[in-house]
Write a protein that binds this ligand. Structure first.
Ligand code: PMP
Length: 406
């Protein structure tokens, strides 16, 4: 197809008057339907230890909810807190607590140490970067490979610069690149020397059980690796059931060393008299255990996989062989990262919008919304129906072909 033909097809596509929002990785209604039994899952309100879940109390979560996440995260329940409905909120609060009160091992709150910095593997999750931006934390881009962040660069930066207090990591099926951190990367993150004694890795395990293939990829246990390397307090692990049960009405968890959990528990007791234990109890009754979670995730996979496949098929048919264009083949998670030739991502997103397809803004996967090469477009195939997603992938491909020809 030459430029004139691409343009003609794009114009015809536009005439359809399609309206599709693919800007966020939201579960589709039929995925949410899988968890409808959750609404009736409460048979009584007493937890296993006799706690009346209807009343105040229990800021670290019900024992059985902590045990459920402990099994999923492969850590002791005593090192797991279940709180609220959003892991992002727990990440936000962990950083705010670090700024206000400091973290174990530090001499002063982060907020009293001048300008502090977080390392940001890119492309990454825009809401992580939004937290840093809102809280005045400087961000440094770290390039990603297929095995995780560029560890030579990370080690070199953290060794000399005590203002670097944190690093964002999505270790499995990363948003948006689908990257899985290798065992070597995990070991190096755990063992590296940091100038800051109060350095933390924000280990956002958002896609831990969200496989798209039948191969269930494993990532090494960072909390254990840090403990073995003599840096027990380095890792803060986060997870939620937002894309297991109900997005926005699920459970969120934080797991870490005993010292970090104690510090969290102290700090959080000023902001709540206890979280929603009724929701925790019904989640435990519905999900039961790790095997129950895995069985449910297989049902999600069967809904999601065809949507990813249809996008990949359209890309192969319409974009295959074009110089500078490539895309990821994720084994899990919620995104495909589409790479355009340099300087074409923003324009492609614009042309897609004109054709009725709303995408995540180009650049969103980078700190300050700036993709230095303007190459990445995050594709979120989960929400639209299969016929819609096929059309959308065709429209995006045509938009990119037009952008390249301009
Ligand atoms: N982390 C990552 C990497 C995500 O992609 C998302 C959702 N898009 C979240 C966290 C949000 O999780 P939660 O709903 O638990 O706040």
């Amino acid at each position: 197809m030459n430029h004139a033909e691409s343009l003609a097809q794009y114009q015809a596509f536009k005439q359809q008057g399609l309206k599709l929002d693919m800007s966020r990785g939201k579960p589709a209604p039929e995925q949410l339907d899988l968890s409808l039994p959750l609404l009736d899952a409460v048979d009584g309100y007493k937890a296993a230890d006799g706690t009346d879940t209807r009343n105040y109390g229990g800021a670290v979560g019900l024992p059985e909810a902590r045990a459920l996440f402990a099994e999923i995260l492969d850590l002791p329940a005593a090192q797991v807190v279940v709180d609220g409905n959003s892991s992002l909120a727990l990440m936000h609060d962990s950083i705010v607590f670090g700024l206000l009160y400091g973290v174990p091992g530090g001499s002063k709150p982060w907020g009293q140490q001048g300008q502090i910095t977080f390392l940001c593997p890119v492309p990454g999750y825009d809401r992580h970067f939004a937290i840093c931006e809102a809280l005045g934390i400087k961000m440094i881009n770290i390039p990603m490979s297929d095995a995780g962040p560029d560890m030579d660069l990370v080690e070199q930066l953290v060794k000399d610069d005590a203002s670097i207090k944190g690093m964002w990591c999505v270790p499995k099926y990363s948003n948006p690149g689908g990257v899985v951190y290798s065992d070597e990367v995990v070991a190096r993150l755990a063992a590296m020397q940091t100038a800051a004694p109060d350095f933390r890795i924000i280990w956002d395990d958002a896609y831990r059980v969200h496989h798209l293939s039948t191969e269930h990829v494993l990532v090494a246990n960072l909390v254990d690796a840090c403990a073995k390397a003599g840096n027990a307090d380095r890792a803060l692990v986060f997870a939620s059931t937002s894309k297991i049960t109900l997005a926005g009405a699920g459970l969120a968890a934080l797991a870490s060393s005993p010292a970090n959990i104690a510090a969290w528990t102290r700090a959080v007791s000023t902001r709540t008299i206890g979280s929603d234990k009724v929701n925790q109890l019904r989640h435990v009754r519905f999900l039961k255990n790790k095997a129950g979670v895995e069985a449910l995730m297989e049902k999600h996979r069967l809904i999601l996989k065809p949507k990813f496949d249809v996008v990949l098929e359209q890309f192969e048919a319409l974009l295959g062989g074009i110089e500078g264009v490539s895309w990821t083949y994720p084994k899990g998670g919620y995104f495909i990262d589409l790479l355009t030739p340099a300087g074409k991502a923003r324009r492609t997103v614009e042309l897609a919008k004109e054709a009725g397809i709303t995408l995540t803004p180009a650049g969103a996967a980078f700190p300050y919304g700036k993709d230095p090469q303007d190459r990445h477009i995050r594709i979120a195939p989960s929400f639209p129906s299969l016929p819609e997603i096929k059309e959308a992938a065709r429209g995006i491909s045509l938009a990119l072909r037009v952008a390249i020809g301009e």
